[in-house]
Design a protein around this ligand. Sequence first.
Ligand SMILES: Nc1nc2c(ncn2[C@@H]2O[C@H](COP(=O)(O)OP(=O)(O)OP(=O)(O)O)[C@@H](O)[C@H]2O)c(=O)[nH]1
Ligand SMILES: [Zn+2]
Length: 217
Amino acid sequence: MTQRLETTPPTAPDASRAPIPAPAALRVVPDAKEPDLAAAELAAERFLEALGIGTDSESLRGTPGRMARAYAELFRPRPFDLTTFPNDEGYDELVLARGIPLRSVCEHHLLPFVGTAHIGYLPGRRILGLSKLARVLEHFACRPQVQERLTKQVADWLHTHLEPKGVGVVIQAEHTCMTLRGVQATGATTMTSTLLGLLRSDARSRGEFLALTGLPR
Ligand SMILES: Nc1nc2c(ncn2[C@@H]2O[C@H](COP(=O)(O)OP(=O)(O)OP(=O)(O)O)[C@@H](O)[C@H]2O)c(=O)[nH]1
Ligand SMILES: [Zn+2]
């Protein structure tokens, strides 16, 4: 799945008044195929049957349809506007959103992995609407994923579209394919991080980011 970007340029300034810079809004629209829920429901019914789970009881009758809708929802991020504002005050310290809830689906077993993300950046010319850090995470989490790729995609995307001086993404998650089945490593969590720009190369910024996220430096 790739995202489609539609850029809304700042509105043209009215020549009769002093120009007021309007925020550039970048519409992020997931380019996912419309799900065929009927086909998914039929496949889910066959899948359950093959596992010896009949769906003719009253409580299981709706289960294949629920499975189809549940996965369609997990694989469908919501569109959003990447709203930014001019960094008029020249704020040049870290902006960090901690503990953003994360849910995604591992691409190997299609079982959920859940946890939290810490996403920070060192502003350049523009600052980002804070909620957008969580929305970018959702954008990349709502698809079959691996945690390493998810971490890097969020960091790379912010680096490209926000043009900050640095970006850092740390994710801690429990993979239910590893804790509920298979090796059944109950309670194990996996941590991944991607640091870019000054958060990677400048020791003070890197140290501050890692300290605030609770990672060893
Ligand atoms: N690197 C990485 N591996 C993941 C992620 N999510 C799940 N996996 C792993 O993907 C691997 C798939 O390995 P396989 O040996 O093909 O699958 P399996 O036989 O079900 O393996 P077990 O889980 O060990 O029973 C497992 O080791 C999972 O733990 C992830 O986000 N990143
Ligand atoms: Zn898995």
